[in-house]
Design a protein around this ligand. Structure first.
Ligand code: COA
Ligand code: AMP
Length: 636
């Protein structure tokens, strides 16, 4: 670990010098003279006075330096039958025209643009076009419902919304335009215009506010890159918090570019010209960082995949893509491989492809569970690497650093903290935990470049959500421990955020939707273990006194409500009407206990419980309805 240890120590002891050096690796218009400073709340700000444009750094700079004819994007869409290769020059030129079209709609530096698009090259162009103008994009994942989109429109107040007419899932077309129309109808803020990409699979009827993407771009004057400050916002990405209101994570420009570039070398070990494939979606942080920005900042080719790990057409899809595009580094969520393993348990489909180009496989989004790790490790000849991060940090906090010093892997561990992240485990009192002792995983200030600089429109929330619990430390919301060798194990959230098929969701938000139903007196939504998706939500509902309706119909209605308000991505498919819920004497629902029962664990009955019989009732109800592994649960 010597190389790693030296680099890590330096990053913590001399953050200014360390990151100043890294900053020299990316092209600035004006290099920063101030590397690190602190704002009035003592939060780190990086490279505040440097000037750059990330679109220039990722596209124009490479075209100007001889990379113009190299593919920047391989787009592969088995669901729509499309394939397309775009060189750096083509991307730069197209992005410049899309930026010109946005400018024609009045978008200027600092304005927000909401992007609601599937995995098509135009989604990347839209993001880069915003960056080119210094506008702030906010991409919303296609699996969210109109209400969620409306909440984001109201919060970000975009001048323009960029959307596609439809997305394509495994077996059906999802019209995006009606979802957008409904969202705009629900939102108070009204964008000036919606720029609609008409896809062949299903075009949309355009209204008075809508503008046809192709027409606008054809008429547009290409726009040049607008210089922005290192600390100027590049994007806002909403993520689930513990309340119903999603948090708009604000990302700066300079720190992000420097951190992503560093990660491509140090963590992923890819060089300019290599092919990088991240099978995620532009709507998530993984997509922002490792489909859109990092690969192109590094001069790599990024694979943009509109498809699923299975059924498009089979569980060999990833192997096919790796082989066809000669992918060197591949990144996805463990849930995707659980889906593949279910369909092709012996990995037979791999025999059809030559994946000798692959150097390493990276997994994140949820903990790489040891069975999936072993399955992959046995199947492949390359390192299988779990690495841990979150929307807020924008890049990995812990990883096995392939470009610095590859280490032996340990099943269930994300290996070691990445240079820049001073990860600590604290107990309830805020004392540092000993090796093997589980506690709250925190990061000592300053957070390195690339991490969130605030919550959009709500500076206080940044402080209260992340900084207030342990002064001087950023609270990750995860629990975990270090082992005796300094390997970090992340064991799951300590709040009510759950992870469904690699998608981060809030049970608190689902409770708000369920609890708002007029027939519901009280409810709890818990995340229970699921063999495929990692976790899925289950609702437990007490109807109001005098409720005489049909319980099954109420359950259906609640499922439908969550689907309509949050979206299909919530995967909210099971609700149980119960008479009472186990609570403490002070009235707090014992959610952890409910989770343990649903997960089939032995559970203790706390002395603070108000009505022990309520527990038996709920356990019986869960068994009857086959909730999770509740039939295996036993009181201690
Ligand atoms: N637009 C519209 N709807 C979408 C969508 C999108 N972009 N993505 C998902 N949905 C819908 C799905 O159609 C599905 O709807 P349904 O309930 O009507 O069937 C629902 O949202 C849930 O989707 P998903 O969680 O993707 O479940 P699935 O059963 O279709 O697929 C997996 C399961 C494991 C194959 C899939 O979740 C997967 O590939 N996960 C990897 C996730 C990932 O890459 N995460 C990023 C972090 S790295
Ligand atoms: P998101 O913000 O959607 O990226 O989700 C972040 C959360 O996902 C983290 O706080 C963790 O709870 C979980 N997570 C992501 N990657 C990992 C990992 N490699 N190991 C354990 N948990 C992970």
């Amino acid at each position: 670990m010597t190389t790693y240890k030296t680099e890590f120590q330096r990053s913590i002891e001399q953050p200014d010098a360390f990151w100043a050096e890294q900053a020299r690796r990316i092209p600035w218009f004006t290099p920063p003279s101030t590397i690190l400073e602190y704002d009035e709340q003592d939060h780190a700000r990086w490279f505040v006075d440097g000037e750059l444009n990330i679109c220039h750094a990722a596209l124009d700079h490479h075209v100007d330096n001889g990379r113009g004819e190299q593919p920047a994007v391989f787009w592969d869409s088995p669901v729509s039958g499309g394939k397309r290769t775009l060189s750096y020059r083509e991307m730069r030129d197209e992005v410049a025209r899309v930026a010109g079209a946005l400018r024609g709609l009045g978008v200027e530096k600092g304005d927000r643009v909401v992007i609601y698009m599937p995995m098509v090259p135009e989604a990347l162009m839209a993001m880069y076009a915003c960056a080119r103008l210094g506008a702030v994009h906010s991409v919303v994942f296609g699996g969210f419902a109109p209400h969620e989109l409306a909440v984001r429109i109201d919060d970000a107040k975009p001048k323009v919304v960029m959307a596609a007419s439809c997305g394509v899932e495994i077996d059906r077309v999802i019209p995006y335009k009606p979802i957008l129309d409904e969202a705009v109808a629900q939102s108070e803020h009204q964008p000036d215009a919606c720029m609609i990409l008409q896809r062949e699979r299903q075009t949309a009827t355009l209204g008075t506010r809508d503008r046809d993407w192709a027409e606008l771009v054809a008429e547009a004057e290409p726009a040049d890159c607008v210089p922005v400050k290192g600390s100027d916002p590049l994007y806002v990405l909403y993520t689930s918090g513990t309340t119903g209101k999603p948090k708009g994570v604000v990302r700066d420009t300079g720190g992000y570019a420097v951190a992503l570039h560093y990660s491509m070398e140090t963590i992923y070990d890819v060089a300019p010209g290599d092919v990088f494939f991240s099978a995620s979606d532009v709507g998530w942080v993984v997509g922002h960082s490792y489909i859109v920005y990092a690969p192109l900042l590094r001069g790599c080719t990024t694979v943009v995949y509109e498809g699923k790990p299975v059924k498009t057409p089979d569980a060999g899809a990833f192997w096919r893509l790796i082989s066809e595009y000669r992918v060197k580094s591949f990144f996805t969520a463990p849930t995707a491989f659980r889906a593949i393993k279910k369909e092709d348990p012996d990995g037979k489909l791999l025999d059809q492809y030559d994946i000798s180009c692959l150097q390493a496989l990276f997994l994140a989004g949820e903990r790489l569970d040891p069975p999936t790790f072993h399955w992959l490790d046995d199947l492949l000849d390359v390192p299988v690497i779990d690495h841990w991060w979150q929307t807020e940090t924008g890049w990995p906090i812990a990883a096995n650093l392939q470009g610095l010093e590859p280490m032996p892997t340990k099943a269930g561990s994300a290996t070691v903290p990445v240079p820049g992240f001073d990860v600590r485990i604290l107990d309830r009192e805020g004392e540092r935990a000993k090796p093997m002792e589980q506690g709250s995983v925190v990061i000592k200030q300053p957070l390195p470049p690339g991490c969130l600089t605030g919550i959009w429109g709500d500076p206080q929330r940044f402080h209260s959500a992340y900084m207030a619990a342990f002064p001087g430390y950023y609270l990750t919301g995860d629990g975990g421990y270090f082992d005796e060798d300094g390997y970090l194990f992340i064991m799951g959230r300590t709040d009510d955020v759950i992870n469904v098929a690699g998608h981060r969701l809030s049970t608190g938000e689902m409770e708000e939707v369920v609890g708002a139903h007029p027939a519901v007196a009280e409810c709890a939504v818990i995340g229970i273990h699921d063999a495929l998706k990692g976790q899925v939500p289950v609702g437990l509902v007490i109807p109001k006194d005098g409720f005489e309706g049909d319980e099954a119909a109420l359950e259906e209605e609640l499922i439908d409500r969550v689907r309509r308000q949050i979206g299909p991505v919530a995967c909210f498919k099971q609700v149980l009407v119960v008479n009472r819920l186990p609570k403490t004497r002070s009235g707090k629902i014992l959610r952890k206990l409910l989770r343990n029962i649903a997960d089939g664990k032995e559970y203790g009955v706390p002395s603070t419980i108000d009505d022990p019989a309520s527990l038996e009732d709920v356990h019986e109800a869960m068994k009857e309805r086959s909730v999770g592994a509740s039939h295996e649960a036993r009181p201690l």
